[in-house]
Design a protein around this ligand. Structure first.
Ligand code: HEM
Length: 197
């Protein structure tokens, strides 16, 4: 593991932003020629948002087992947030066509959208404070604030699980991963420090 960590230390963190463009291309390019392009792009962006949120939560447990990705955590979190925003924007634009009446009706009719919005709202303060100046200014509050990542991930997971009529194997795997991450965290830090402190 030491050799891997040593090699990773030579990788500049901005590489994560470059890599972050790849899923966008793999979603949008085939999505445009899919049978249902709107659904394909919207789901693809949502799935990547979820995968990247989970990846950002694995950084700390991976460190406990020796793999140090800490210097990439901010970039992974920000790329995840970008995918949440893109997913939200795809709903607002290509799905709803900015028809505000329909947007209102969709919110009342489909609860999972409200839950998704809750996740997005919780992630905004995390994204806004993901910089050195905020860490210095907020100190201990910063750590507490960033624990919102767990409630946000839980809401995102509930949202994604409610969309389909059946749970796909992929969604089941993500539920298992998030449950595992939470269990490990509770085991290490206690309930209070996982969800709120
Ligand atoms: C952290 C935030 C979010 C994540 C991780 C997320 C993730 C996902 C995922 C993974 C799916 C597909 C589910 C599946 O494959 O079974 C999905 C679908 C969907 N999401 Fe989100 N989502 C988030 C926030 C939002 C927000 C804020 C909105 C809109 C306000 C939204 C609207 C939708 C819609 C409308 C669908 C279903 C599309 C359809 O049925 O064609 N999501 N989301």
């Amino acid at each position: 593991m030491d050799r891997v960590n040593k090699a990773l230390r030579r990788v500049p963190p901005w590489v994560v932003y470059l890599l972050g463009v790849v899923p966008f291309v793999t979603v949008v390019v085939p999505g445009l020629s899919a049978i249902d392009p709107v659904r394909s792009i919207e789901w693809g962006l949502g799935l990547w948002a979820l995968r990247l949120i989970l990846l950002s939560l694995t950084v700390t447990p991976l460190r406990w087992v020796g793999l140090n990705l800490l210097r990439f955590r901010r970039q992974i979190g920000l790329v995840a947030f970008a995918y949440v925003v893109l997913h939200f924007a795809s709903w607002l634009s290509i799905d709803m066509g900015f028809r505000w009446g329909q947007i209102g009706a969709d919110l009342v009719k489909r609860w999972y959208i409200v839950i998704g919005m809750g996740a997005l709202l919780l992630l905004i303060p995390l994204a806004v404070t993901s910089n050195d100046a905020s860490i210095r200014r907020l100190r201990a509050t910063w750590n507490r604030l960033h624990r919102l990542a767990y409630p946000a991930a839980i809401l995102a997971m509930i949202h994604a699980s409610m969309v389909g009529k059946v749970w796909t194997l992929e969604i089941l795997a993500y539920v298992a991963i998030l449950s595992g991450l939470m269990a490990v965290r509770i085991w290490k830090n206690g309930v209070k420090r996982v969800v709120w402190a």
